[in-house]
Design a protein around this ligand. Sequence first.
Ligand code: RIB
Length: 297
Amino acid sequence: MKTLVYGSINIDMTYHIDHIVREGETITASSFSMGAGGKGANQAAALAKAGADVFLAGRTGSDACFIMDKLKGFKVDTSLVKVDEGPRSGKALIQVDKAGRNSIIVLPAANREQSDDDITHALGAFSKGDWLVLQNEVNGLAGLISMAKAKGMHVCINPSPLDEMIKELPLQDCDMIFVNEEEGAMLAGKGLGATTDEVIGALKAEYPGQVVILTLGKKGACHISREGVFFQDIIDYPVVDTTGAGDSFLGFYLASHQRGLAVEDCLYYASKASGIAVSRPGAMDAMPFREEVFPKD
Ligand code: RIB
C-alpha cells in the first residue's frame, strides 16, 4: 500500500518572541530560524518517519531544494514534486511565543499553481487501495478527491487552513477528515462558542459516512464514526513549539491505521508523536522517528 501526499512545501521562517505581536506593535525576537515546513511536506515527513511508504507531489522553487534533500533523507519519494527554477517556493512567517503557541502567515506561491496535468500525472502512479492525503495549501483539491475516488483510493484530508472554499469540496467522498476544534465547529456549521460535545454531535450528524478525527489541544483527541466516539487524553510533554503538531498527529495516526492497529492504539501513538513533536523546535525536524513512538516489533 502506497501513500501519496499531494501538498504544500514551505520555507518556514520562525521568530521566537515573548508574545504574538499585536496590531500596531513592534517587538524584538529572541531568535530566528529558517526550516523545512508546509503542511503537505510535514505530513509526508511524519508518515515516512512513522514507517509508511510515502510519495510527495506538489510544486516548489529551487530555493526549497534543502527541503527536498531533507525529505529524501526521511525516505519520502519526491520524484513527483515539480521544482521551478528560482525563489518560487511557499513561505511561512511563523511567530512562536514563550508558551510554544504559534501564529502563521502563509504565502502559497508555487503551491497554488498545480495544473490539471500535474495532478493527473501524479495520480497516475497510484491505484485502488492506495491513500491520498490532502490539506488546504494547494489548489485542485476537488479534482484530486474525485480522481482518487474514481481509482478506488482512500482519501484523507486535513482541510487546514480552513476557508470558505472548503464547503465546496466533496468531503463526503473522503474517508478520513482531521480537524481541530475550531475547524470542526466551522465544518459542522457551529459557531465558535459551541461546546466540544456540540461539535462532536454536529460532526457526527454532518459526516455520517466518514471517520472524523478531532484534535482538542490540551483536552486530547477523539475519533468520531458510526461505531461511536473514542477519546484519547493528551500525552503531556513540555511545550516548546506547537508548529506542525497536527501534521505529526495525522502522519502517525494514518501510519498506525495502515499497520492495522485498533482505533485506540492509533490515537495513542498519534498523540505520543505530536506530544514529542511539540517538545522540540521546528516542524518536520521536531517529529519523532518510529522507534521513539512505537514499541519494538
Ligand atoms: O502545520 C504547520 C505548517 O503550516 C508550517 O510548517 C507552515 O509551513 C504552515 O504551512
